[in-house]
Design a protein around this ligand. Sequence first.
Ligand code: HEM
Length: 139
Amino acid sequence: MRILLAVLCLTLAACASQPPRDDSLYRSLGEQAGITRIVEGMLLNSARNPRIAHYFRDIDIERLRDKLVEQVCVEAGGPCEYTGDSMEESHKGLNIDRGDFNALVEDLIDAMDAEGIPVAAQNRLLARLAPMRGQIIER
Ligand code: HEM
């Protein structure tokens, strides 16, 4: 019993001492509703962008929207879980190059501008996504 109590105390102490999650970026992006508008705006921009539109023609665009919203929410420190495939798996064989990657980033920036997201918050999100570049581009 005493051991059980000790374990319980330690567990509670560990929980209590955990720093709170920093969700400031999540809030700056407008939480779930704002992130959904940003992702949908980006996908609409990409569908009209002659450089990369072809990538998004024959895919399950609703799934992509949902997985992107989850991922951006997680990266922004929001209360979400990413349930999609890894970046490597989902972009394998698409033959995405650096110019394609930059084009998508521009479409994302335009979508954030349209939502009135401050540049500092935009840059924080871009900095969270930039390290994924190596897993996405193939040439
Ligand atoms: C940081 C940049 C990027 C992120 C965070 C990202 C994220 C994602 C996510 C979360 C998925 C869905 C995974 C799933 O279905 O489980 C996905 C799929 C996809 N991405 Fe990206 N992506 C990025 C860059 C790009 C670029 C540059 C392109 C092309 C220009 C692209 C084209 C696609 C396509 C076509 C799919 C769907 C593949 C399929 O359903 O077969 N992505 N991406």
